[in-house]
Design a protein around this ligand. Structure first.
Ligand code: FES
Length: 289
C-alpha cells in the first residue's frame, strides 16, 4: 500500500509544501553517505542517528526535501513516513528554503515582555518580509522562535542558533544589516557565525569550521547564581543525602498497598457522558467499527 504524505509548512510560514528533487545525484548521495556513516557509527542503534542525519541533509539543501527524507530513510532502514513523522515534529527542521542566515527572534514570555515582539515587528518592516520568509537577496530568513533558554539576556535574537543578547529594535536592525552587507557581527557568546548550511553540518556532529576561532566567554548573568553560591559558601548536597530525601522502594510499596483496593475514579461530573465514547461511556468498546 502506498501512503502519500504531503508536508506542509509551519502555520505561520506561508509558502509551498515541501518540494524539490526526489532523489540526490549519485555523487551527492555518495558524499552524504560517507558523512552519514561517521554519524551513525556513534550510536548503538542506527535509527538513533536520525536527528543528526536530518541536519546533514539540511546542510545540503538548506531545508528538508523529498530527496533528503528518502536519503535518511535509506541510511537508517526506516520508511519515508517514519522519517517524516520525526522531521515534522521539530521546528529546527525547515520546510521551506532557508537564507544564508536564519534570524530567529524569541517572542516567548520573557523576551516578549522585554520587547521581543517589537523587535520582530521592526525586522519585518526593515527587511520587508514576514516571519517565515526570506529576503530577496537570499541572505536572511526571518522567523520567530520559542524560548532558547537565554531568558537571562532577554530579549534574545538567534542567528544560525548563536546568541545575540539584550537586543533592541535598533540593534537588531544593525545586526541584519551587517549580515546582508557580508559583515556578520560576532555573537554575544560562543563562536563566530557560520552560514546556515555550515551550521547544519555542525549540528549533524561533523567538524566545526569555527572550532579553532576565539570564543566569547560565558556571560555574567549566567554565572551570577554560581558567584553568589561561592560567596556564601553554599554547596550542592551530597549525592547520598539527595537520595535519602526521596521516596524509596518501601514508600512505593506502602502507597501501592494503600490504594490497590480503591475504586477507580468516576468520570468527571464536568464531562457529560457521550454515547459510544470510551472515555465517558463504560459500555462503549475501545475500537469503533
Ligand atoms: S523567553 Fe526568550 S530566551 Fe527564554
Amino acid at each position: 500500500m502506498t501512503v502519500f504524505l504531503e508536508l506542509g509548512q509551519r502555520p505561520d510560514e506561508p509558502g509551498p509544501p515541501i518540494h524539490g528533487a526526489k532523489i540526490y545525484p549519485a555523487e551527492v548521495a555518495a558524499r552524504l553517505a560517507a558523512d552519514a556513516e561517521t554519524v551513525i557509527a556513534r550510536y548503538p542503534q542506527s535509527r538513533s542517528a536520525l536527528l543528526p542525519l536530518l541536519h546533514l541533509v539540511q546542510s545540503e539543501d538548506g531545508c528538508l526535501t523529498p530527496a533528503g527524507i528518502a536519503f535518511c530513510a535509506k541510511q537508517l532502514g526506516l520508511t519515508d513516513a517514519e522519517v517524516t513523522a520525526v522531521a515534522t515534529f521539530y521546528s529546527m527542521y525547515r520546510r521551506t528554503p532557508t537564507g544564508e542566515y536564519l534570524v530567529g527572534v524569541c517572542t516567548n514570555t520573557l523576551c516578549a515582555i522585554m520587547g521581543g515582539d517589537a523587535i520582530l515587528e521592526a525586522l519585518e518592516d526593515h527587511l520587508g518580509v514576514h516571519a517565515g520568509q526570506t529576503t530577496e537577496d537570499g541572505k536572511v530568513t526571518l522567523e520567530h522562535v520559542e524560548c532558547n533558554a537565554a531568558c537571562d539576556y532577554a530579549p534574545v535574537v538567534m542567528v544560525n542558533w548563536e546568541f545575540f543578547d539584550n537586543q533592541t529594535p535598533s540593534s537588531a536592525r544593525d545586526l541584519v544589516d551587517g549580515l546582508r552587507d557580508g559583515k556578520p557581527p560576532m555573537p554575544t557568546r560562543g563562536a563566530p557565525l557560520c552560514n546556515f548550511k555550515e551550521t547544519a553540518r555542525v549540528l549533524a556532529g561533523l567538524p566545526d569550521p569555527q572550532a579553532a576561532a576565539a570564543q566569547t566567554p560565558t556571560g555574567d548573568a549566567t554565572l551570577a547564581g554560581l558567584r553568589i553560591a561561592k560567596e556564601r559558601g553554599m554547596e550542592a548536597p551530597a549525592a547520598d543525602a539527595a537520595t535519602d530525601s526521596h521516596s524509596g522502594p518501601d514508600d512505593e510499596k506502602v502507597a501501592t498497598e494503600a490504594t490497590k483496593d480503591q475504586a477507580a475514579p468516576a468520570p468527571s461530573a464536568d464531562v457529560p457522558a457521550q454515547p459510544n465514547e470510551p472515555e465517558t461511556d463504560p459500555d462503549a468498546t475501545e475500537s469503533k467499527t
